[in-house]
Write a new protein. Structure first.
Length: 130
C-alpha cells in the first residue's frame, strides 16, 4: 500500500468524524485534523514518502510497532504518544493484517483518544456523559 493510498483512507475518515476540522498550521503540505482544538491526525510528507501521523496510546503504540514494520514512532512528534504510518515497503514480507480496516481503526482511536481528553463542554454532543 503506497503513502497516497494510506493518506486517502485516513483523510476520508478523519474528515467525516463529528466536529473534525482540517487546518494547515504548519503550511500547505501538512494537513492537520483537529477536534476541540486538539490535533488527532496529520497527513504530511515524510522523508521521501507521504505518511500519516496519529495520536496513540504508548502501550498500544509499542505493540503496533512490533506487529507492523511500517508503523513507527511519530515522525517529528512525541515518540511516546504518536505513531506514523509509512508506506508498505515492497521489499518487505507482506503483512495481511495491515489493511484499510487497521488504518481506519487507528484514525478512530486517535480521534476518540483526543475527544475523551477534552472537557465535557467541548466534546461533540454524543461523547458527553450525562
Amino acid at each position: 500500500m503506497d503513502g497516497q493510498h494510506i493518506q486517502a483512507i485516513a483523510r476520508n475518515l478523519a474528515q467525516s468524524l463529528r466536529e473534525s476540522e482540517t487546518v494547515h498550521p504548519f503550511g500547505p503540505d501538512h494537513e492537520v485534523y483537529k477536534v476541540g482544538g486538539k490535533i488527532f491526525a496529520m497527513c504530511t510528507e515524510g522523508p521521501g514518502a507521504p505518511i500519516v501521523t496519529l495520536k496513540s496510546d504508548p502501550e498500544e503504540s509499542r505493540v503496533l510497532q512490533l506487529a507492523h514494520f511500517n508503523i513507527k514512532p511519530g515522525w517529528h512528534m512525541n515518540k511516546l504518544h504518536w505513531v506514523s504510518i509509512w508506506p508498505v515497503d515492497l521489499q518487505a514480507p507482506a503483512n495481511p493484517d495491515f489493511c484499510q480496516q487497521l488504518i481506519e481503526e487507528l484514525v478512530e482511536d486517535a480521534y476518540l483518544r483526543v475527544v475523551y481528553s477534552l472537557p465535557k463542554s467541548v466534546r461533540p454532543l454524543e461523547y458527553r456523559e450525562r
